[in-house]
Design a protein around this ligand. Sequence first.
Ligand SMILES: Nc1ncnc2c1ncn2[C@@H]1O[C@H](COP(=O)(O)OP(=O)(O)OP(=O)(O)O)[C@@H](O)[C@H]1O
Ligand SMILES: *[C@@H]1O[C@H](CO)[C@@H](O)[C@H](O)[C@H]1NC(C)=O
Ligand SMILES: *[C@@H]1O[C@H](CO)[C@@H](O)[C@H](O)[C@H]1NC(C)=O
Ligand SMILES: *[C@@H]1O[C@H](CO)[C@@H](O)[C@H](O)[C@H]1NC(C)=O
Ligand SMILES: *[C@@H]1O[C@H](CO)[C@@H](O)[C@H](O)[C@H]1NC(C)=O
Ligand SMILES: CC(=O)N[C@H]1CO[C@H](CO)[C@@H](O)[C@@H]1O
Ligand SMILES: [Mg+2]
Length: 425
Amino acid sequence: LGQLLVLKLGQKLNEGKTKQIIELADESGHVLVQSKDQITAGNAARKDQMEGKAAIANRTTSCVFKLLQEAGIKTAFVRQQSETAFVAARCEMIPIEWVCRRLATGSFLKRNPGVKEGYRFSPLKMEMFFKDDANNDPQWSEEQLLEKKFCLAGLTIGRCEVDIMNRTTVAIFEILERAWATQNCTLVDMKIEFGVNVSSKEIVLADVIDNDSWRLWPAGDRGQQKDKQVYRDLKEVTPEAMQMVKKNFEWVSERVKLLLEPQASGRVVVLMGSISDLAHCEKIRKACGSYGIPCVLRVTSAHKGPDETLRIKAEYEGDGVATVFVAVAGRSNGLGPVMSGNTAYPVINCPPITPDWGAQDVWSSLRMPSGLGCSTVLSPDAAAQFAAQIFGLSDHLLWAKLRASMLNTWVSLKQADQKLQACSL
Ligand SMILES: Nc1ncnc2c1ncn2[C@@H]1O[C@H](COP(=O)(O)OP(=O)(O)OP(=O)(O)O)[C@@H](O)[C@H]1O
Ligand SMILES: *[C@@H]1O[C@H](CO)[C@@H](O)[C@H](O)[C@H]1NC(C)=O
Ligand SMILES: *[C@@H]1O[C@H](CO)[C@@H](O)[C@H](O)[C@H]1NC(C)=O
Ligand SMILES: *[C@@H]1O[C@H](CO)[C@@H](O)[C@H](O)[C@H]1NC(C)=O
Ligand SMILES: *[C@@H]1O[C@H](CO)[C@@H](O)[C@H](O)[C@H]1NC(C)=O
Ligand SMILES: CC(=O)N[C@H]1CO[C@H](CO)[C@@H](O)[C@@H]1O
Ligand SMILES: [Mg+2]
């Protein structure tokens, strides 16, 4: 509450069943999203105050948005403000619920009789629902959304915007699915909403992601579900039953914090055959930094000082830190192959190719003796990215960055094309 007093609140912009949206007098373009202390189901037909629920919802939303934000997904979330409130970009909300499913359950089974609960969707199943309480949020097709030509904060929701939301929903699901897997929890399905940031006119993930937004089955077992379904399924709302729902909520909100914890931390060791390769190696280090991977640079030549090369290698073996070696050697690359033949850690060749002899030199990185498994990439960025992909196998936070970056590249291409088409009209 102390922190809250520091904020100068403007007028209340909106109030729904679970939260209030309040203007911030001193931060234009931002709002305070304040959770209300109650749980609703069946469109508020069932309403019970649940002490502490808002705080738990706050924690869930902040952790999930933080995870996505750090991965590089564009969200409205700015910062946690108090136990029950966070500051977000002011958005005009697109009145669509995007639903993404891995396993069939709930309303999908009713709409698709014959499909058994637990049917696995691969690729993920996408659905959208128009937010219209009076008509029970009807399911919509893409065509229905396109024909509506919604205009929010000056942005018309057309083909490009719909594709971006669809793709972003899939990326968000995959990131959260991977994160929950670290807790042995299956993310069964999820619903999210997008808004248009009124300042940037960009589509961003908005509203909240909390217990109401997903189904989670610990160990893939519906019987142990920890989501709001438990509340919906209650036959009678007794204090004991509500206590159980709250305990489930707490179970999730305790675990959601663990989603932000790195699983393992690795390191990249770049070996260069000569100090003249330093500029190339600095680019690798910089790119590793963008993934948050520590990177050390060493100079050693496998041709001129093989004893030193193996001694340096030994420094990074056996201390329990997962290591990827990157070998940078011009002309004849002996460094990568010698490393690869003498360590079980992965080795990536990244030779600094020159215009004169590059076409010949590259063969020293490609044509290997049998038994060696080093890879070769030519750009420093690619070397760092490949190392990140290796660490991403066991680090969901790193994997999330790679996944978000793939999405953002796709979105940039889409937007560049749209801009070009608009200009040539
Ligand atoms: N960053 C934001 N900027 C502006 N409005 C927002 C933002 N985040 C959420 N909102 C909107 O605030 C309103 C209140 O939220 P709440 O979830 O309580 O509504 P609700 O009763 O569940 O109604 P709805 O069916 O629209 O979700 C919603 O219309 C929601 O879309
Ligand atoms: C999302 O995109 C997929 C793949 O292009 C498409 O099959 C699906 O119909 C889209 N879903 C919605 C709800 O728009
Ligand atoms: C997940 O399950 C595996 C295998 O059952 C177990 O070894 C591991 O400790 C579990 N992890 C968590 C976080 O519960
Ligand atoms: C919203 O857009 C403004 C203007 O571009 C930008 O400064 C701000 O960071 C955006 N907010 C969020 C949360 O993305
Ligand atoms: C999310 O779920 C957890 C546990 O199931 C619960 O503690 C929390 O209150 C839920 N949040 C919301 C908004 O329902
Ligand atoms: C009361 C409470 O749980 N508040 C939390 C809201 O979420 C942030 C981010 O996880 C926490 O730092 C607060 O403690
Ligand atoms: Mg809502």
